[in-house]
Ligand binder design. Structure first.
Ligand code: ATP
Ligand code: MG
Length: 562
């Protein structure tokens, strides 16, 4: 063990909240198969959809463990299922992992690259008398499964080795139809663990595979393939979700009984669930294909590309994954906690700007026409190094429609006739009235400013309760703002048919919003805080002429409140 690793191990074992790290440290320290080895993990997505926040948890655990112990983590496409997997998914998976800040270097693999070896492993098992060709059809196999007090029945179990060898080869050569035969491991028909009751390890499937083409018409089952993939890549710790716990005895059985170059160890952790969303790829695909969202990267989706478009930062997602911890008990995390982690990050890094999303004009009647003043304001009060910018002020500006009430409700501290408010960083103004159209709608608000209150200060110390944001009506940028609410109307959309709980008002598009000029200097996916409104990010569909913002998260912390 290198000095560096030793130190990490010693520091960590004292206060480790991650039980996987505790296991790994024990393995590294105590000798045996792992002693002195480089920790080697892998992330094995099935390339049949985009990665979601649940995958981010697994990625942080897999790549995180490798990073922590100065080891390695492979990226492996788990493509043993012969579906029409798309290059689009493979590319997107790579992009998302890189975006999170992890790197697999040149260790990028496809499980299908090992099909020849897997076939050889199966032949080895047959030759050892540890696997046999079975002719039970699917429903028969089910009927023969037995129960806790009755062992399974398997009439082909004692088939001679030579016969199985020749049938398996003929299966491979395409002589049989789908479902006609399987290859089963010969383990224990009476096992209390049904995964050990002579599980199927190969099935016939006359399907084209996106990488191996029509070379194979038999495909290995996940439980047989995965330990072989891990061992071939010299994985030391194969970290996966809890549903594989009952499959671990089979994983270990394969590792024990097949000749393989290494002996990986499987450790399971709890799957991540989050309120107000669905996480299964099948359901996410349905949302896309049935048009409930605009695509996999719709900002309402829990996919990594959706979250990115919403304005989530890699840091916020990694912090979230760190802080939810790693445990053996499945639990559901509140969506508000994810938002909380984003807000924490953006509070430090987002540039402040003023944007009016439901504009109405405010005319300062005692301010001279045809002049304009410039004020200097900080870009982020939490970070001086982010500098300052200039904003202009003139006789007319835009304010939010709901920052004025002709007849104020109780405790209303913004503009109403006779009341004083602060136009953020500019002046104190006193409302003098408004103009209405024939239908009685307010079309313009009037006020007078106090020239002594430049910068929004009150030299005489008088109290001005309300502060509102504004944008110079002579100097602004028009833009569109997308405001998002929960995609589902219940915290548990999985509890019923999730499509029944779609929130029809999850997206509000506001065009004609007025933004200060600073928003024009942006990179795609730049983050802003629109003062008093929340955090927003530039949508990738934006152009210089047509700026579009997505609301990432509001300012109020719904998590702390609870
Ligand atoms: P889904 O049910 O969404 O289709 P999956 O498990 O079939 O997910 P894979 O592509 O096989 O998706 O997942 C790759 C890895 O990510 C696996 O190791 C899996 O355990 C892990 N993973 C998937 N979903 C979650 C989740 N919600 N929380 C934690 N890890 C997850
Ligand atoms: Mg899977």
């Amino acid at each position: 063990m290198s000095e560096e690793i030793k130190k990490t191990v010693e520091n960590e074992s004292e206060n480790s909240s991650n039980f996987i790290h505790t296991f790994i440290e024990k393995d590294l320290k105590e000798g045996g198969a792992y002693y002195g080895k480089k920790v080697h993990t892998r992330f094995p997505p099935e390339p049949n959809g985009y990665l979601h926040i649940g995958h981010a948890k697994a990625i942080c655990i897999d790549f995180g463990a490798a990073e922590k112990y100065h080891g390695l983590c492979n990226l492996r496409m788990d493509d043993t299922n012969p579906t029409k997997e798309d290059v689009e998914y493979v590319d997107a998976i790579k992009e998302d992992i890189r975006w999170l800040g992890f790197d697999w270097d040149d260790r990028f693999y496809y499980a299908s690259d090992y099909f020849d070896t897997m076939y050889a492993c199966a032949v080895e098992l047959i030759k050892k008398g540890l696997a046999y060709v079975c002719e039970l059809k699917g429903d028969e196999m089910k009927a023969y499964r037995g129960d806790l007090s009755t062992p399974a029945k398997s009439p082909y179990r004692d088939r001679p080795i030579d016969e199985s060898l020749s049938l398996f080869e003929r299966m491979k050569n395409g002589e049989f139809a789908d479902g006609e035969m399987t290859l089963r491991a010969k383990i224990d028909l009476a096992s209390g663990n049904f995964n050990m009751r002579d599980p199927v390890i190969y099935r016939i499937n006359h399907l084209h595979h996106h990488r191996t083409g029509d070379k194979w018409c038999i495909y290995p089952m996940y439980d047989f393939a995965h330990p072989i993939e891990d061992a071939l890549e010299h994985i030391t710790h194969s970290l996966c979700t809890l549903e594989f716990e009952d499959h671990r005895p089979l994983y270990d059985w394969v590792i024990e009984n097949v000749t393989l170059p290494s002996k990986p160890r499987q450790i399971e952790f709890a799957r991540l669930g989050i309120t107000n969303t669905v996480m299964s790829k099948r359901k996410l695909r349905a949302l896309v294909e049935e048009g409930y969202v605009s695509g996999w990267d719709d900002p309402r989706m829990p996919t990594l590309c959706g979250l990115r478009r919403r304005g989530y930062t890699p840091k916020s997602i990694r912090t979230f994954c760190d802080r939810i911890g790693v445990s053996k008990v499945n639990s559901t995390v509140e969506y508000e906690f994810l938002e909380h982690c984003l807000r924490d990050d953006l509070n430090e890094t987002a540039q402040r700007v003023m944007v009016v999303t439901d504009p109405i004009k405010l005319v300062i009647t005692n301010y001279p026409e045809n002049i304009s003043e410039t004020f200097t304001v900080e870009n982020n009060p939490n970070d001086e190094s982010m500098g300052a910018r200039h904003i202009t002020f003139s006789r007319e500006c835009y304010i939010e429609r709901d920052d004025f009430m002709e007849e104020p409700i109780k405790k209303y501290q913004r503009l109403y006739p006779g009341n004083e408010v602060r136009l953020k960083s500019a002046y104190i103004v006193r409302c003098t009235g408004c103009k209405k159209d024939e239908d009685g709608n307010v079309v313009e608000v009037y006020a007078e400013y106090d020239p002594e209150t430049k910068g929004g200060n009150t030299p005489d110390g008088r109290k001005v309760r309300g502060t509102i944001h504004w944008v110079d009506a002579k100097n602004y940028k028009d833009c569109t703002v997308n405001i998002y609410e929960d995609l589902f109307t219940t915290p548990e959309p999985d509890a019923g048919n999730f499509l029944d709980f779609i929130n029809p008002e999850s997206l509000t598009v506001r065009s004609g919003c007025k933004a200060e000029r600073a928003v024009e200097e942006f990179d795609i996916l730049s983050h802003f805080q629109f003062m008093r409104l929340g955090y927003f990010t530039i949508d990738p569909d934006s152009t210089k002429e047509n700026l579009i913002f997505n609301k990432s998260v509001g300012l109020k912390d719904g998590f702390k409140k609870k």
